[in-house]
Write a protein that binds this ligand. Structure first.
Ligand SMILES: [Zn+2]
Length: 399
């Protein structure tokens, strides 16, 4: 596969830097956290509503093309669709409509250099592609990540609170046979200040009866209970499959102050001896806190996915550098957190390559690192760490 390195500047005459840029521009990527894409045509407000964590364009903040991600889409995606870089939003969207969703998805996704996707299927699955469909339109391999809250909600809808703990254990065990990881959105539901103890079956029964009575009173079947969240996490840990935690930055549904990864300290201490990888996703603006946790807990892995494309090219190398201050290089992963728009996958991959390349060129130019160490670390972060942590060599996936 030929990969693009659009950020490469051949005029610099810095041969070490050129070699690093060429390597980082071509290294295959494992995207360890993303979602499906939308395959229907989109209006401008619909497109803007998927661009960042805002609900959509608003009377005060205006168009969401006037953001770092909006500018990055115009710069990096327009040329892939045959336009000049920085094409204006209406020209860009007209070209998108002319090509049609399937061709746009194909062009933008096949040029990311991502060879494996780990796809969270728990959010708006009715509107987006399955892992199999994503694999088919990207030519990559896709693996499913099962969301624990969605699994528990399905059990509650189908069976009610009777035998809730046993049925969840059964479902989690079954999912672990094919899923590459579990994911929890505890940060969105109850916050990350989770008690470290494994709850008893009696406590789980009481909580599930209370939840069932809320549903009977007309509340949506949304699991927002701290005891049940902890029960699901411990149940998933029993299968020894890695667990991803949403951390930090997200849409307005999240109470960001309760999404600081330092709140997970007690649970991380309690789970350390199990040696099951715990993946802290996104982390921004707490990525330095996450880097610390990755250093002190061997089983903790971290990324700055989602934030890199949202802070744009100018800030991405700095954010990645801040994560790499404390996080051991063997604990850092790559993700796009692409959702809905293929543009987010494309920009996520390109901005990551550019940020990593800039960071490595700087430390090599200052003789802090050797070039061979820089290249080795690039491969670890881009794909090697994810392959090890998720045992991707043992998994077939779709594609
Ligand atoms: Zn996500």
């Amino acid at each position: 596969m030929t990969l693009m390195a659009p950020f490469r500047d051949d005029t610099r005459g810095n041969h070490g830097g050129d070699r690093i840029a060429a390597l980082v521009g071509a290294v295959p990527l494992v995207d360890h956290h993303c979602h499906g894409i939308v395959r229907t045509p989109l209006t401008r407000p619909e497109f803007e509503s998927l661009l960042c964590e805002a609900d959509g364009p608003g009377p005060w903040h205006g168009s969401l093309f006037d953001t770092q991600i909006g500018f990055a889409v115009r710069r990096l995606c327009a040329p892939v669709l045959g336009l000049e870089p920085h094409a204006d939003p209406d020209t860009y969207l007209a070209r998108r409509a002319e090509l049609g969703p399937d061709e746009v998805n194909r062009l933008l996704l096949r040029s990311t250099g991502v060879t494996e996707y780990l796809v969270d299927t728990g959010f708006s699955p009715e509107h987006s592609t399955t892992p199999e469909e994503l694999a088919a339109c990207t030519g990559a391999t896709a693996h499913e990540v099962v969301r624990l809250e969605a699994l528990a909600e399905q059990v509650m809808i189908e069976h009610g609170p009777r035998d809730f703990a046993d049925r969840c254990r059964e479902q989690v065990k079954r999912a672990a046979r094919t899923a590459v990881a579990f994911k929890t959105v505890a940060a969105y539901r109850v916050g990350l200040d989770l008690a470290p103890e494994h709850p008893s079956d009696a406590a789980v029964f009481t909580a599930s009866v209370r939840w069932a009575s809320d549903i009977e009173r007309g509340l949506p079947p949304r699991m927002v209970d701290e005891t049940l969240t902890r029960f699901l996490i411990w149940t998933a840990l029993d299968t020894r499959v890695p667990i991803q935690f949403h951390v930090g930055y997200g849409d307005a549904d999240i109470d960001l102050a309760r999404a600081d990864p330092l709140l997970l300290m007690p649970l991380l201490r309690a789970t350390a001896a199990l040696n099951v990888p715990i993946m802290l996703l996104h982390n921004y603006p707490f990525h330095r806190h996450a880097g610390y946790l990755a250093q002190v807990f061997d089983h903790v892995f971290v990324d700055v996915g989602l934030s890199l494309h949202n802070v744009g090219t100018a800030g991405a190398a700095r954010i990645l550098g801040e994560l790499l201050e404390l996080a051991p290089f063997g604990s850092v992963l790559f993700s796009t957190d692409g959702y809905g728009l293929p543009e987010l996958f494309h920009v996520g991959a390109q901005v990551f390559r550019q940020a990593l390349s800039e960071y490595l060129e700087t430390v090599v130019a200052q003789d802090q690192w050797t070039e061979s160490d820089a290249i080795r670390v690039a491969r670890m972060i881009a794909e090697g760490n994810a392959r090890r942590a998720y045992r991707l060599g043992d998994r077939t996936g779709s594609g």
